[in-house]
Design a protein around this ligand. Sequence first.
Ligand code: HEM
Length: 458
Amino acid sequence: MYFLGRPVALFSGMDLVTRVNNMEFTMTGAGTTEYDVGTNNNNNNNNKTKETTKRPKGPKVFGSNNLMFEKNKARHLFLRQLIGSAMTPKALVDALPTIQQTAKDVIEQQVLKPMMAQSAATIKMEDVCVDYTMDIVRNQLLGLQLAKEEANDFREKLKDWMKGLFSIAAILRIPFLVTRSKPYKAKVFIESKLEEKIDSLLRDGPDSSTLSNMVFAIDDDKQQLSREDVVQNALLLVSAGAETSAGTLTLAMLLLGVHPDKFRKLVQEQQVVVENHGTQLTPSILDKECPYLDAVVKETLRIGPITGGFPRRVKDTFVIDGVQIPKDWSVFTSYRLTHQLDPVTALPNDAHMDVYQGFQPDRWIDPATTPSDFVPFGAGPRFCLGYHLSMMEMKVFLAIFARSVTSFHLQNYSAETKRPIKWNPSTIIPRPTDGVELHSIVEMAAESSTTCRPTTAS
Ligand code: HEM
């Protein structure tokens, strides 16, 4: 195929995708048109703490001086190690209570309370999921303790910034347009909050936030991230993590809404968990006691993954599986196509990717039906750094939702009508244009909340 006038070789299949991605830093390089890897030979520079990658100058809505755009192998590894150390399963043990409380607060405030107050309430689950991920950014990633009004303001600023992803200002990069744009102003505000927080961490010592881990992380050579590294990569985590997790959760709500039998199974699993272990979730409960929850999340990621990462520029002609890929072409590894062509799940007419026909979480329970080609978090040296955090975040939200609401109906889509889904064309993870509107005919669970009276509304 062609991308911005350049020939691109498209790859799919887990094995091939992994092999091609693994060629980065040797045969190919990360980059869109803005980075010509072929003429930039800094990949062999071993100075891991200093920036050597050439960056476009001027004000930007989304910066590129972070690990996602890092082309120097040693520095990329260094950044991954120190930033990633804040998101290992071990580091996340302390994060779970904050994440669970955030899910509980958002679901109570934005789903249960409006349902109780107004019998005909319609709730847009996309908004709920976006607010949840924004609150995780504030509470866990950045560890900002803000009063209610300030917290709401911060959430809106995060949303303003994220809207810049597809804005003219971000794409054209005309300084005059950029500095006047709402997303850029929001970014400056978020950066100022980050700077304040780093000052307080340096003054008062570490806390359990991801940002704190980044500030104090040290590698085997006793090297630390610079202040600029911390700020720019914290911004990366916000942008890489919020849209992806919120989009996947929104899609999960659509899938569970049109498959009430599957939602019922999720509810039953959580009822057993609460009976046996009480309400507090732990990493071990999520891993060992919630196989159906895990299956729902994986099945959602299978049906609606990111299309792929950035196209990589080919530095030297190479041959793979007997096919020659010429120098200066680009390669694109498609995660979406990999799922579409997975030999275990593939059905005629791509029915296995369809919202109505394809959603079968049970396929993940039996090894014989478990998909063999599954790469929603990428593969190779740029495998998603937020994998553990995002899985935890998504599972906790769905678990708390299934403990709070035992059945719900969608406004616009159902298994009976099988109305074709209208997809929003400008999102990274597929989301329907209506934002998954939840209709008010909802049964709330008895222990759904301490502040909401349990009820059955119809
Ligand atoms: C459903 C949620 C998520 C999905 C589906 C997802 C998917 C991905 C994929 C496919 C890549 C690789 C892109 C490539 O091939 O170039 C990636 C990279 C990355 N992700 Fe995620 N992601 C999710 C959540 C998160 C979260 C919550 C964070 C952090 C808070 C995060 C941080 C990153 C970072 C930093 C990279 C770049 C790694 C590098 O370049 O070395 N992601 N993600």
